[in-house]
Design a protein around this ligand. Structure first.
Ligand code: UDP
Length: 160
């Protein structure tokens, strides 16, 4: 649903981003949120969740045939996850670039995974890999009323 109060450019896309239990335990919540805030993206959903096994299984359903799937699901359920919905121009693709490669050792050190992680199974963050995936994941993790329509006063200084 387009928000008519906002410039078109700021409401074009949303993504689902999650701070995984390793990062929550390591005290990296603030560092990770700060990167998205400073980029200029708008936070429209935020909550701390202890995922159930069915939620984790559904979230990673596309990977169900992979050998690492059981440990991945177990890991996601092993502690709190910060579930976020970020909004802005090209946010799905750009968030993936900000995360870096899936394997942190292959990630550029300027990325979140490159800066804060070493092992692939402890790579601190998730972000949707496509617009269609984002729609599915946002609907999985958030109820519609948990997503907030608002207009940051900074928008005119971020979008031309
Ligand atoms: N993963 C893993 N071992 C692998 C590949 C992936 O433990 O060999 C984990 C890793 O934490 C990754 C998640 O599974 O973030 C989902 O994998 P995907 O290929 O979707 O990577 P992502 O989209 O998270 O970069």
């Amino acid at each position: 649903r387009p928000c008519r109060a906002l410039p078109l450019t700021c409401r074009v896309e949303r993504t689902f981003t999650a701070i995984k239990p390793d990062a929550v335990n390591r005290g990296l919540i603030g560092e990770i949120i700060t990167r998205f805030e400073r980029k200029g993206y708008k936070l429209v959903g935020l909550k701390l969740v202890r995922p159930t096994q069915p939620l984790a299984e559904t979230h990673y359903a596309e990977l169900a045939s992979k050998p690492f799937y059981p440990s991945l699901v177990q890991f996601l359920c092993s502690g709190p996850v910060v579930a976020m919905c970020w909004e802005g121009k090209d946010v799905v693709r750009t968030a993936r670039k900000m995360l870096g490669a899936t394997n942190p050792l292959e990630s550029d050190p300027s990325t979140i995974r490159g800066a804060y992680a070493i092992d692939v199974g402890r790579n601190v963050v998730h972000s949707s890999d496509a617009v269609s995936t984002a729609e599915r994941e946002i609907a999985l993790w958030f109820r519609p009323e948990e997503l907030v329509e608002w207009a940051p006063t900074s928008l005119q200084w971020i979008y031309e």
